[in-house]
Design a protein around this ligand. Structure first.
Ligand code: ZN
Length: 314
């Protein structure tokens, strides 16, 4: 099997096998995700995880770091070194993230949460969440009593969120480095679907997964889709991947729609993206709508109608 060292050498990436910041069983390289100067990005030689001790960027397959440094697509690197990906997938089923013991969303706890006044999903929408978005309820382990919300790219589960339905203070738990292919900050939720969209109305950039789900469930009526920016962090793919920039032209407008009162964060995002996305604009939530994620389907459609009137002059 090809070694981590051989692959690093092939791409001319300088690495350290010992010394400052390098643990035994790892090699250290300069982290491409932060202002690291002293090889804080560790690559585990046997398990192939990567983890930066400085900026905390982590993932399951170090080929992802190689792809960022070299500019070669992650997909192509996986094809080139199938043995690396195969080894990582051993013990995993269905994609790249572990298979939990899960149950359908009809599990009492999940079902009550989704139907509650806080979420207002209908039976039909809950069925869609399970069928189209592959959301399930986790029964066991440290993620028990949480919704399993996978992030999927090219048909593979590359990361996931685990959302508590039981009032746990930690509302979301992210996948650990050992359980994901890419760090969350590099994942674009719904990317496979977005790639199939053409001539749509609005692509929203929102904060939370439920904000986005509420809009995405209306897509066939509204021609609007939404990407969650987990914690207002812009996916790095967004500013790096020119294919994705092209996708923004499949929508009449790209609209920044953060939570109520997030004025300066909205302007910051706007200035980060305005040169990359010519059809970008901001919409500020009115005071009477504090949380899209708590609106019913009909309320979302009414809201989208008003946004379109405003930003598309319809
Ligand atoms: Zn770093």
């Amino acid at each position: 099997m090809i070694s981590v060292h051989e692959i690093l050498e092939e791409y001319g990436i300088r690495y350290y096998t010992h010394g400052e910041n390098v643990a035994s069983g790892w090699v250290g390289i300069t982290c491409p995700f932060c202002s690291d100067r002293t090889n804080h990005m560790g690559i585990n030689l046997s398990e192939h995880y990567f983890s930066c001790w400085k900026c905390n960027t982590k993932g399951k397959n170090f080929l992802y770091v190689i792809s960022v440094i070299s500019g070669i697509k992650f997909k192509d690197l996986i094809k080139k070194y199938p043995e690396i990906e195969k080894k990582i997938k051993e013990g995993f089923t269905g994609g790249s993230v572990p298979l939990f013991n899960t149950y359908t969303l009809l599990h009492n706890m999940a079902y009550e949460y989704l139907l509650s006044d806080f979420r207002k999903f209908t039976d039909q929408e809950i069925h869609k969440l399970e069928k189209d978005y592959k959301i399930l309820f986790i029964l066991d382990g440290s993620y028990s009593n949480r919704l399993f919300i996978p992030l999927i790219e090219d048909g593979y589960e590359i990361n996931f969120l685990a959302r508590s339905v039981s009032g746990d203070k930690l509302r979301y738990i992210n996948a650990s480095a050992a359980q994901c292919v890419k760090p969350l900050s590099d994942c674009i939720y719904g990317i496979d679907f977005i790639k199939t969209i053409e001539n749509a109305d609005i692509l929203f950039l929102q904060e939370g997964i439920f904000d986005s789900l509420k809009i995405n469930l209306t897509y066939h009526h509204s021609k609007c889709y939404s990407i969650p920016l987990f914690k207002k962090i812009l996916p790095r793919e967004f500013s790096r991947n020119s294919d994705l920039m092209k996708l923004s032209t499949h929508f009449k407008k790209v609209v920044i729609l953060l939570d109520y009162g997030e004025i300066s964060a909205s302007y910051k995002l706007y200035s980060d993206l305005k040169d990359l996305i010519p059809n970008l604009t901001i919409f500020f939530l009115p005071e009477n709508i504090k949380d899209i994620g708590s609106l019913s389907g009909n309320e979302v459609l009414e809201f989208l109608h008003n946004v379109k009137k405003d930003v598309l002059n319809e």
